[in-house]
Design a protein around this ligand. Structure first.
Ligand code: ADP
Length: 383
């Protein structure tokens, strides 16, 4: 029973201030379940690595508490936290063989016998498909193989948690996609709690049980990939998650109609009613994902009138770049397109794909209102 709760990781009110008064992370709360794969994602400088390094014990915590299992680890030395880290640059010892790289930490700092360690190394090497490389040195390996050694070394430790900091960033696109699947498979097999850091939203969305979105050291949203995609809590999350990014249009709600420059869209009374109930503000932002836009009849009075500026066919997919007044937006459409660049067209969308944000706060009016929504933690900035 104790084993089951061993590797839950909790951060409570965590703050990190570096010298020079840089607040890298502020009021950060997160509860990671045992065996869960959680990815922290955000732009460069948003505090992702700082959070991971605080869990690892490589950075002091300015305020707040971190628990691994039931143990408060603020003052526990990194080597006593029972975690294994995988870094972006792999951090392999160049003068050691793969086998030595994988076993060195354990030989130095565990009570396992040499035989147990060797067995562990062989098992982890097989899991990572590098059992034939054990006698080689890192310089004799490709980037992908080095990545496997670094991950294998973490696996041998049999830690209560893996902490991974951009472990795939140095690989080319194809290998990166392959390694994503591989890491996921291994994490599922071992069922070891994993905290993964990346700036790549696609990586976060494809690999994780839950995604933690960070901006300027502040938590924006925590949820499953599906939840943060379909119910982004604010315009930052809406724009950051999903590719191409969500389109935004300034609109006002007049009766049941969203109205803006070249935008007219009449909502059902119940949908408009829900917005009214949740927002004191009539100044809104309409958000629509590029893949949720469709061509509408030119004589239709509803939707968005726009000029098709650029067509970009990518295989069977088309990225269309459009302009409506001063607002540029994108559409993603499958199949044959009968419109040419320069054409004025009308696009529309389903009400179920409409996102509405308060223009002064950036908050998603409906995601905040919906008690069943995925929004499990609060945005820390208020307008
Ligand atoms: P990310 O991993 O999201 O790119 P980091 O956690 O590395 O972000 O950094 C968050 C903020 O803290 C940034 O503004 C960065 O410049 C600052 N920072 C990181 N490490 C240090 C340090 N050792 N000293 C001072 N400031 C730092």
């Amino acid at each position: 029973m104790t084993l089951l709760t061993m590797s839950r990781i909790r951060l409570e009110g965590v703050r990190k201030r570096y010298s020079g008064n840089i607040v890298a992370v502020d009021e950060f709360d997160l509860d990671i379940e045992d065996g869960e794969f959680v990815t922290i994602v955000g732009p460069s400088g948003s505090g992702k690595s700082t959070i991971l390094r605080m869990i690892a014990g490589l950075e002091d915590i300015t305020e707040g508490t971190i628990y691994i299992g039931d143990r408060r680890i603020n003052d526990v030395q990194p080597q006593d936290r029972d975690i294994a880290m995988v870094f972006q640059n792999y951090a392999l010892y160049p003068h050691m063989t793969v086998e030595q790289n994988m076993s060195y930490g354990l030989k130095l700092n565990s009570d396992r016998s040499n035989e147990q360690i060797e067995d562990g190394v062989r098992e982890a090497a097989e899991m990572m498909g590098i059992e034939d490389q054990l006698d080689k040195r890192p310089s004799e390996l490709s980037g992908g193989q080095q990545q496997r050694v670094a991950t294998g070394r973490a696996i041998v430790r049999d830690p209560s948690a893996f902490l991974m900091d951009e472990p795939l960033s140095n690989l080319d696109a194809k290998l990166r996609t392959h390694m994503r699947t591989e890491l996921q498979r291994i994490q599922e097999e071992l069922n070891t709690t994993t905290v993964y850091v990346t700036h790549d939203q696609e990586e976060a969305m494809t690999m994780s049980d839950r995604v933690v979105i960070l901006n300027h050291g502040e938590l924006q949203q925590v949820g499953t990939p599906r939840e943060v995609f379909s119910k982004p809590k604010n315009t930052f999350v809406a724009e950051f998650i999903g590719s191409p990014s969500m389109n935004f249009f300034d609109v006002q709600l007049m009766d049941s109609t969203l109205t803006g420059t070249d935008v007219t869209y009449t909502l059902s009374d119940s949908f408009a009613g829900r917005i009214r109930k949740q927002s004191m503000n009539d100044e809104l932002i309409l958000g629509i994902r590029p893949e949720h836009m469709v061509f509408a009849d030119e004589n239709d009075s509803s939707g968005i009138e726009a000029v098709l500026e650029v067509r970009e066919p990518i295989g069977d997919d088309n990225y269309l770049y459009l302009r409506s007044g001063n607002t540029e937006f994108k559409m993603r459409v499958l199949g044959q397109i009968n419109h040419s660049e320069g054409d004025t067209i009308r696009v529309s969308f389903d009400e179920s794909d409409v996102h509405i944000f308060d223009r002064s706060t950036g908050r998603n009016v409906l995601a905040w209102a919906d008690p069943t929504s995925a929004v499990t933690s609060d945005v820390t900035t208020e307008a």
